[in-house]
Design a protein around this ligand. Sequence first.
Ligand SMILES: *Cc1c(COP(=O)(O)O)cnc(C)c1O
Length: 494
Amino acid sequence: MNYRSTRDTAKTPAYVSSAEAIKRGLAPDGGLYMPEKLPSLESSEINSLIEMSYDERAAYILSKFLTDYDKDALAADCKAAYSEERFEGGAAPLRHIDTSLYSLELWHGPTCAFKDMALQIMPRLLSRALTMTGERRLARILVATSGDTGKAALEGYRDVDGVDITVFYPVDGVSRMQKMQMTTQEGGNVNVCAVRGNFDDAQNGVKAIFSDAECARRAEEKGMFFSSANSINWGRLAPQIVYYVSAYCDLIADGKIKNGDKINVCVPTGNFGNIFAAFIARRMGLPIAKFICASNSNCVLTDFIRTGEYDRTREFFKTMSPSMDILISSNLERLIYMMSDAETTAGLMNELKVNGKYRVSDALHAEITSLFAGYCLNESETAGVIKDTLERDGYLIDPHTAVGLGCARKYIAETGDDTVTVVASTASPYKFAGDVCRSIGTEIPSDEPADILKALSNATGTDIPKPLARTLTLPVRFDKTADPADMPSVALGK
Ligand SMILES: *Cc1c(COP(=O)(O)O)cnc(C)c1O
């Protein structure tokens, strides 16, 4: 299967293989790679997937997209990525909440957040892509992180052949737990460095390295090149399609639906990657009726779905669901492309760049609202959902999941739609234990991560996830702090 840029307006687009698309990440024209034509998923195939384990389902779905990859290699990679050792209790278990609502728990991986679902497999896909495209140089992954992505990338790239990884985080811009997770990182090909400044300083530093010819030349001399673990890489998107198919199979296996019945999907959304993966699953043939797009106070997507105008020129809020504190939802570009064409997409993305906003045509807006419903929750509503869900349903959730669940409940209250609804649960409550404690009225004894985790465990009778408990016991390996000006030499180190 060939891939093309969402902004490639040529009569004959510049197609690349899936290995090449994964190696490049972003297309040269600034667009995002998309399959030339989507593969289909028949209901008979869903029947056969019901019998399979998660890693087998993943290999089956991925092989439809990554046609240049060897099938046995994909199967081996999926088996290693989604092993019981990495995802205790299963990769994407489904839990009933109440009435028609189910929680798809995507946080059983090594960093307790849903980024693991893609980042445990994507580095393996990249490593193979390097071999398949004849690349001899080492790929050095550079990441600037505001917390979660850095840790998930470190765990994903750790000890993968042909790559190593350097993560920069703002010295005062991450939580104690996040810092501890990164500075104790294990693995032979990992490096972590704090940057004096905020997240923008760290991100600008990494961007500057990527665009600096001198840095590229010095990297070349050392037999390596810089690459990113960016969330717009097709290699991160494709693995996210799998768990929607998997959830559908599990609902059939549990007798909750029959094959062919429609379900709704609700996703707490930031960059629009996770919900877009569900949209792809629908286009392949998975029976999904509606997508509920859930946002926090940064409700740029809610407004877009309701009005047809995307406007990033607005106040930015820091919330307790920080992974959704985003004003540019990059993967929305892929939806627009799928519902229109490269010309329209390139035009709108240029407007976004120049004016900070764009408006889609009435026809395109109508197509979007026929499938997507946009809802948002403010901070006190989010805290209320965490508290109510624990008290009424005996289910402890993190703030991102609470935004999703709260939006699903608003949608149901407004529409009376009682279709079985799968809510993506994107992080363990222990990953945001301080805010969860405050939401449920549990006193926090100190700001030591160990004390906060224990307080949450004691108050709710739930266990601290093993990967987080383990982090508390590991020695610090990386304690370097650099000025932004020194980032190139850190990136070129060793
Ligand atoms: C990244 C992230 C999200 C948002 O997912 P997108 O694909 O960016 O929409 C939601 N919740 C958590 C916990 C995340 O880490």
